[in-house]
Ligand binder design. Sequence first.
Ligand code: COI
Length: 356
Amino acid sequence: MTMEITQTQKSRLSSVDFNNLEFGRMFSDHMIDISFKDGSWQEPRIKPYAPISFHPSMHALHYGQAVFEGMKAYYVDDNTINLFRLEDHHERISNSSKRMCIPTMEKEMFIETLEKLMQLDHQWVPKKPGHALYIRPFVFASEEYIAARAAKEYRYIVITSPVGAYYKEGFNPVSLTTTDDYVRAVKGGTGEAKAAGNYGGSFLPAQQAQKEGYTQVLWLDAKENKYVEEVGTMNIHFKIDGKLITPKLGGTVLPGITRRSVIAQAKAWGVEVEERRISIDEVFEAHENGSLEEIFGSGTAAVISPVGLIHHLGKTIELDREKIGPFAKKMYDTITGIQYGKLDDPFGWVHPVTVG
Ligand code: COI
C-alpha cells in the first residue's frame, strides 16, 4: 500500500512535561489523514499534526455522522512499542461505522497506517509505568452538504496524545451515581456504537453528577431504570460471592475491548464469570448481605478503575474507599503487564511495532 508521508520540520516533543500529563491535552507531531470520496478510501497521508479546514456546511457538524476509537501504544523498550488488540479495534470501528452509515476501511489500511504513525512518533510514547500514548482514530462525514441523508464523503483521521490516568483519582476508587432523569441508550439506538453523539449526550448528566460530588454516572437500562449497563467512560464489573458478574451486551452497552480482556483473563484464572443482566437492587442486596466483594470499571482510557461508591435513589454503597480490591489490582497488574510486554501474552493480544 502506498502512503504519502510528510514529516514535521519542527518537533514539539521538547515542550511536553511527561511528568504532568493531562489526558488528551497534548498531541504528537503527526497524524493520519485519509479521505473517502467517489466510493473509495483514497491514498493515506501521514502529515504534521495541524488544524484542518472545513466548510460551515460540513455534514458531520449538522448531523453528527461520526464515530471514533480509543487505543493505546505502550513503551516496551527503545526499539519496540506494543499496540493492544488492534484487530478488535478495527472490528469495532467497522461495526460503529456500519451503524452510522459510514463506509468501513480495510484492515490492512487501518493497521499499516497506524504502524507507520507509531514509527514516526514513537518518542511520544511515555516510558513511565501506567502511562501510554493514547490513539484516537475517528471518522466523520466531510461532505459539503446539509441534506439529511448519509454523506458521500468522509475523513478518517488519527491523532495521538501521551497520557497518564484518565480520572483525576488515578488508580484509586471513583464514585458513581445513577440518574432517573436521563438515559444513555435504548435498544435499537446507537448505544453499542462508539458514535460521537453518545458521548455528547452524556455530558449534561455527567456534569450534574460531578456537581453532586460523583466522578461519573452509572447508567441503568432506559426501559425500567433497573439493570446496570455501563459508565459511559468505561464498562463495569462486580465481584460477588467469588464470581465476576458483568452486564451483558445486547445493543445498549459498548462492547469494550478491555471488558472482553477482563472476562477472558478471569476465565483463564478459573474464576466463574457471568455475563448477564444485573439489577442495581441485586448489587445493593449483595452489599447488605456481605457478598459484594469488589466493583471496578474497565476501558482503554480508564484501564481498570476501582469503584469505591455507588449512589442510587438516596442509598449508598460504600466500599473501602482507600482500598483497591485485590481482584481489581491483580487484573490491572496482569492486563497492563501484558500490554507493556512484561508478562507473557497467552491470548495473542499484543501487536508489537519495531521502531527507532
Ligand atoms: C476510551 O476508553 O478509549 C474511550 O474512548 C473513553 C473516552 C471517554 C475517553
